[in-house]
Design a protein around this ligand. Sequence first.
Ligand code: FE2
Length: 252
Amino acid sequence: MIDMHCHILPGIDDGAKTEEDSMDLLRAEKEQGIDKIVFTPHFNPERISLDKFLTRRENSYERLKNTKGFSELDIETKLGAEVFFSMKILEMDISKLCFENTNYILIELPTTHRPYGVTHTVKALIERGYTPILAHVERYGYFTQDPTQLYDIVMLGCVAQINAAAVTNGQSIKGVSALKYISWELAHIICSDAHSMDTRRPNTKAAYECVNKKLGENYVDWLKTNAVNIYRDQIFDIPVVHKPKKFLGRWK
Ligand SMILES: [Fe+2]
């Protein structure tokens, strides 16, 4: 199994502070059955230059790789980033922010409002051959209250990611739930977004169990296959067939 959204690299963002924190998180990932990880530290193009971010990320990765016990964990790892949405990314060398050896890029949107230029930016990225992965889509009220907005963006050629905790908690922001998105095939992968062992710990196993119980084994297989395809940089056909419609006040 693969986790493609987590904050496990030490001392680079609000995730793991030290190598020991990272190792605790990696051991917890392993217990979840995860054997491939993309490290996705936060990158905000408005706050730090790309070069500075890449240097910090590389240093952090080296520190972790040189930590005693890291190689014995036998977890395959790649570098990536969780890029905070900014139209500035169109002026950057996006390839350096993609999951290593792929054209997939994880993008976080603001939770408070739908940002200006999001459709334009997503379209421009896709035209350049990249596939944006929208991080934790259950968090954005403008999507959960009107999921046709997410549908329209996904149909441009985006992947939508759900946090494992949102699946297990039945969490949503005043609107459709994470499970509903998955049942519509409007969310395509589950990741941990793990930050620490205290607050947001690796938890994908429980989320897959929840999907299995509520939606069935086929959905679990579909979610896992999508993750493998992304990790291997396979072409990912967005299989959306259902456009949400409001009926008697509920999204169906
Ligand atoms: Fe994150």
